[in-house]
Write a protein that binds this ligand. Structure first.
Ligand SMILES: C[S@@+](CC[C@H](N)C(=O)[O-])C[C@H]1O[C@@H](n2cnc3c(N)ncnc32)[C@H](O)[C@@H]1O
Length: 234
């Protein structure tokens, strides 16, 4: 009987290829197949481009399309069919790596695939990556938390009352997924007197990285999907 391959979930960090861990690079160089997640709308995979300097020349790359959904329940069939494709490869004895932007266990598509695969009695090795918000804090020179500070990570897609409660109870707030309702997020931060301390970073570590400090002046801008705001209470 063929020995099952190992499934690796690899965090490639937010953009700069120098931010991959030694463990991630080793796994990328050793696996037989790389799964590169992408959305229906975009051509390539950002995670794959970040990992590209480390790919061996004969690596098999499989692009898997994932929907941009809030919840697995919105389209389970796509996740299940991608999981089946991975399982098939593992059953032929191939080692398979699934690349993830930032860290795999932090707001990622990998989590859905991981949850489907843990029931399948296969070896899974999840390799952490630098999450975008931590790379951003270092890039812009903003310590996120010290002493007894409370730090909140807030998806801008969350319920507005929950967002307000989190902002109120935290010293520092990190706002993720701000691209859809950016104007509304800026207004919310203005209401909580946290807009003047805010910094927005788009595509951190990628060649077209952008840093915006006066977010109130950018209310009508189209914001890139890979954008995060860090702000602090006075
Ligand atoms: C689905 S979550 C992925 C989070 C990722 N797993 C991580 O560890 O950072 C997507 C959100 O992460 C943030 N993000 C990811 N990469 C980023 C980057 N290079 N620059 C700025 N924000 C980024 C944005 O808030 C984006 O909307």
């Amino acid at each position: 009987m063929t020995k099952l391959g190992t499934f690796y979930g690899i965090g490639v960090g937010p953009g700069d290829p120098d931010l991959l861990t030694v463990k991630a690079i080793r796994a990328i160089k050793e696996v037989d197949v790389i799964i590169a997640p992408k959305t229906e709308k975009k051509e390539g995979s950002v995670a794959l481009e970040i990992a590209r300097p480390y790919l061996k020349s004969d690596i098999e790359i499989i692009y898997q399309v994932f929907p941009m959904v809030k919840d697995f329940a919105e389209s389970p069939e796509i996740f299940i069919s991608n999981k089946e494709e991975i399982l098939k490869l593992l059953r032929t004895g191939k080692n398979v790596a699934f690349l993830t932007l930032g860290d795999p266990m932090f707001y990622s598509t990998y989590i859905y695939i991981f949850k489907l695969l843990i029931n399948e009695k296969i070896n899974i090795d999840t390799i952490p990556g630098v999450p975008a918000f931590l790379a951003i804090a270092s890039k812009i020179g903003r310590p996120l938390a010290f002493g007894n500070d409370i730090l909140s990570i807030i998806p801008a897609t969350a319920d507005t009352n929950d967002i307000a409660a989190a902002l109120e109870s935290s010293n520092t707030s990190v706002l993720m997924k701000v691209y859809k309702n950016f104007d509304q997020m800026v207004s919310t931060l203005e209401t909580h007197e946290m807009a003047h301390n805010a910094v927005l970073v788009s595509r951190c570590g990628l060649p077209d990285e952008k840093v915006i400090e006066d977010i109130s002046q950018h209310k009508n801008d189209k914001i890139n999907y890979l954008s995060t705001i860090i702000t602090r209470r006075n």
